[in-house]
Design a protein around this ligand. Sequence first.
Ligand SMILES: Cc1cc2nc3c(=O)[nH]c(=O)nc-3n(C[C@H](O)[C@H](O)[C@H](O)COP(=O)(O)OP(=O)(O)OC[C@H]3O[C@@H](n4cnc5c(N)ncnc54)[C@H](O)[C@@H]3O)c2cc1C
Length: 423
Amino acid sequence: MRLTRRSLLASASAAAATLALPSIVRGANPRVVVIGGGAGGATAARYLAKDSKGALDVTLVTPEPQFTTCFFSNLYLGGYRTFESITHDYKTLEGTFGIKVVHAMASAIDRDARTVALSDGSSLGYDRLVVSPGIDLKWESVPGYSEAASEIMPHAWKAGPQTQLLKAKLDALADGENIVMVAPPNPYRCPPGPYERVSMMAHVLKASGRTRSKVIVLDPKEKYSKQGLFAEGWEKHYPGMVEWIPASIHGGIESVDPAAGTVTTSLDTFKAGLGNIIPAQSAGSIALSAGLADDSGFCPIVPASMQSRMDENIYVIGDACIAGDMPKSGYSANSQAKVAAMAIRGALTGSRVFPAKYSNTCWSLIETEDGIKVGASYEPTDEKIASSSSFISKTGEDAALRKATFEESLGWYAGITADMFGA
Ligand SMILES: Cc1cc2nc3c(=O)[nH]c(=O)nc-3n(C[C@H](O)[C@H](O)[C@H](O)COP(=O)(O)OP(=O)(O)OC[C@H]3O[C@@H](n4cnc5c(N)ncnc54)[C@H](O)[C@@H]3O)c2cc1C
């Protein structure tokens, strides 16, 4: 072949494409492994498989055969949903979308060899890796608290048996006994989540006539998401039943004593008929051990693609990442998963990549059909995922609007779970 400038340029770009598409030139489909089958991981796996139409081998690694969503777990506590209705399996992802689902924990990531070691002793090679392990709890952030202590004072910040335990203890609480919640410091999973939970616990107490009981919230923060809306709702529906105490008043959480059922702050010791302790959080430990996090304990990403700033072959989505202005929510994780899936398909199959757009809405239920919401749209800048427009419910809204907001949340739950697991 005669070498011309054009053929040299052509062979140079073919070489670049070869580097970008390692498995294609080996004659196999490129391999994408997804760690974590929750809001981020299940969505990413589904979009990777669905949109690449068989051009990618997608493997989803997640420990349990079923996944219980944290979203709507507060409605389960409130008696509005069954546990089964918030629990989903991976059968449609396997059967309809051809995703290989492996029920194991990812125990280590070898970033040089591009392999993931699994708890069953096997390992998986990847061309691109999606990491969506959610959060780990920093037990030591609340002195006296531990995994064992959470069997007495549940956190229920990962949905499943902990959520069922919290509900059983709530249902068994005697009238006049108090619930003491230790709320988490920023940043944490689901900013309005603790306060929706307070509303649902107060609802259960009120509905069952246990109005001598109170929910006391010991917060390490001075303010919280949708504060005016929740405070108004508690005053309206649960007068005298909710007491929110910020750090400037209680002076700091000193310790919890699960055996005695007490929470001690600088101000006082609070006796808890039911303790709900939600500790500080970090990215899931697999992200930390793989060196994907910074000193904050969460993982920096490229805002336009969700690519890890530590490793270009890895994408970190959901609660584990640092997503700029986006809150740690299921809606955010689902939105980020679609951006990551598109970027990965672009890199591995040459498909078109559109500019990233993200969105989030967090609905909260205060009392039956009294729903509120907060949300925003986001776009990537060089530094972060930045909010471009936002909205929030207003205090004093009429009952019809609050009912419509609640009904919107029902539609959202049906939609997002179908988007994650396949309808
Ligand atoms: C009480 C409560 C209420 C909430 N309400 C809402 C709401 O109304 N709306 C909303 O949008 N969000 C809500 N959220 C937040 C939402 O649940 C999370 O933000 C979302 O689930 C994060 O998705 P993720 O993919 O990062 O993590 P997850 O959904 O937690 O998924 C992580 C998965 O990874 C698995 N995993 C972890 N480590 C490994 C490993 N090493 N190997 C394999 N698998 C691993 C886990 O077992 C899990 O299945 C709520 C949260 C709480 C606690």
